[in-house]
Design a protein around this ligand. Sequence first.
Ligand SMILES: [Zn+2]
Ligand SMILES: [Zn+2]
Length: 339
Amino acid sequence: MPARPPTPDRRPLVLHDLATGRIVLVAPRRDERPANAELAFGGRPPAEWCPFCVGNEKLTPPAVLQAPADPLAPWRARVIPNRYPFVEPMVEQAVERAPPGSPAGGPGRPAHGEHEVVIESPRHDTSILTVDEDSWHDAWMLVRRRLEDLAARDDLAWGMVFKNSGSLAGASLEHVHSQLVAVDFLPGLLAAECAAAAARADPFADLLAEAEAAGRFVARAGDLVALVPPAPRQPGETWILPVAREAHFHATSPARVAALADLCRDVVGRLERILPGCDYNWWLHEAAWRNAGPAADRWHWHLEILPRVAQLAGFELGTGCHVTSWPAGETAARLRDAR
Ligand SMILES: [Zn+2]
Ligand SMILES: [Zn+2]
């Protein structure tokens, strides 16, 4: 590993490349994360070393939220601060150095926000498919509630929950978990999605109608649908969204939270059957928390599930365009049949 440059302050920074518009978060302390804990502790039961297993709560910061809320009751799911965050709550010194808002060029500014871990099972489950149903539903309710809390803060602009499942997807611990991040700016991909939506009268209604007409619906739960998007980036890419307009998951009903919990597990089960053992990422997109523009009332929050079958190669990294071997319709047919 190359020597680290001297960093008198090892707090995370936002760097903004004005020539490309690219934003990079620099978090030097993430080098200190334990690598491959499973290998390092090989042979010893997870209960002795896994920081996410029940009984090892002393290995992590105290929970921000947990279910059930009674601290004396056995927990089924919990949200904790990330020990190696790439954004951090603002401190007084940072407020003096740069105000929150859109990133600017130059040497960078403090990366202000919250970075947390959602532990979705007290047991050492390594697949979401084996998590106890109550824990799984509770974990999604905690996500909804935490996003609602963060969205109410005027120092934050937007946030999302995301999952890295498997080493190809970036996971560093195998115990099932997701991460929740809130930042003080709207990331470029979201700004682009909002701009594309603003150019159409009813973008998600069009997306749903086109997918249904083209046979790209995969499954339904409640009033949510899982569908293959018009331009899937990898074999098996699937999105889940409500049929009705709803810009913010953090304002949705408990019934929709439960439907999302059930449907994402359904989709991952189907992926496991057509792409056994595949790693995957997912992330939940909701509209900006304020000043979301004219498209906000026509937006639908959505969960994008992306299997990591092929590596991102030069063309993808150099152009932002993806090359895949599975046409969208074929992907949908395979997923529908994989019951
Ligand atoms: Zn564990
Ligand atoms: Zn999206």
